[in-house]
Design a protein around this ligand. Structure first.
Ligand SMILES: [Fe+2]
Length: 285
């Protein structure tokens, strides 16, 4: 009997501007490989519009595996502020029960930590914010796991306080990461930046592995559409950035966490070795 756990970490599908070939391929790979769990780390939609959520829900319901759904900044109602404040998750409709749920597997759990919030005391609401309440909930969930169980924490925004340009990427990210470093955390799974990475971040309480998934949308940065395949054998967590272009994983991964989710077009921004930066971003309709 194999004791290996297989997980798919998929992010930023952005229905409305999804890459349909990549999205269908991911669904077929789930059917073929039957992963033990699928973590979707936010940005299911482009503009949180009803037809985008309808397509996202249909796709999620077609996935033949246990799924946990994270919320990204693009998934909060964009045009309707009343709804954004009072019923932000209503549009998740049929998959609402999967939103930010914990996935418990033998010896391993995927625990959500919310980083996309409804409003922030700053201009750019697309950035991340770890509230005290969200962190408290996440840490309590980790502390309640059976002894010896490892946790993979699922977020949308990488838990990095300062990005490559020096301004805040995720408010409270450093504190959250340091608290996770004190616990039996195997890694933090994130999305948002649309290029995959697998790096180790130092905190005052020790190192934490940060694993980012690419995108399955047309909003690619320096890599073709991809998702992460994670294999855990009880000792080692192996990460592969699967993509239809068959670019090897080391060529797919950026070596630092970028400032934001914009294309890397200024010097100093992390670019994956494959360097497939598109000339223009596809328009949002
Ligand atoms: Fe995104």
């Amino acid at each position: 009997m194999s004791t290996e756990t297989l997980l798919f970490h998929i992010s930023d599908v952005h229905f409305g501007l999804e890459d349909s070939r990549a999205v269908n391929w991911a669904r077929d790979e789930i059917a073929r490989q039957q992963p033990d769990g699928v973590a979707l780390t936010g940005d299911l939609t482009m503009r949180a519009r009803s037809h985008e959520f309808t397509a996202a829900c249909r796709w999620i319901q077609s996935l033949d595996a246990p799924v946990t759904v994270g919320v990204g900044n693009h998934d909060l109602p964009y045009f309707n502020l009343l709804e954004r404040f009072f019923a932000p998750y209503r549009r998740f409709g049929a998959v609402q029960a999967l939103v930010e749920r914990e996935l418990d597997l033998p010896g391993l759990a995927i625990v959500p930590l919310k980083t996309a919030i409804r409003a922030q005391p700053r201009f750019n609401w697309s950035k991340g914010w770890v509230t005290k309440a969200a962190l408290r909930r996440c840490l309590a969930a980790i502390d309640a796991l059976p002894a010896g169980t490892r946790a993979l924490v699922a977020v949308h925004h990488p838990l990095r306080e300062v990005g490559t340009k020096g301004t805040a990427l995720t408010h409270g990210g450093s504190h959250a990461l340091a608290q996770l470093a004190k616990r039996n955390v195997l890694g933090v799974l994130s999305g948002h930046v649309h290029d995959p990475f697998d790096i180790v971040e130092q905190t005052p309480h020790g190192p934490v592995r940060m694993i980012g998934a690419g995108t399955l949308s047309q909003r690619v940065r320096s890599t073709p559409p991809s998702f992460n395949e994670l294999r855990w054998d009880g000792q080692t967590l192996q990460v592969r950035a699967r993509n239809l272009a068959e670019v090897p994983t080391p060529e797919m991964q950026i070596d630092d966490v970028p400032e934001d989710a914009m294309p890397p077009r200024t010097p100093g921004e992390p670019v994956a070795p494959v360097g497939a930066v598109p000339a223009v971003d596809p328009p949002v309709h």
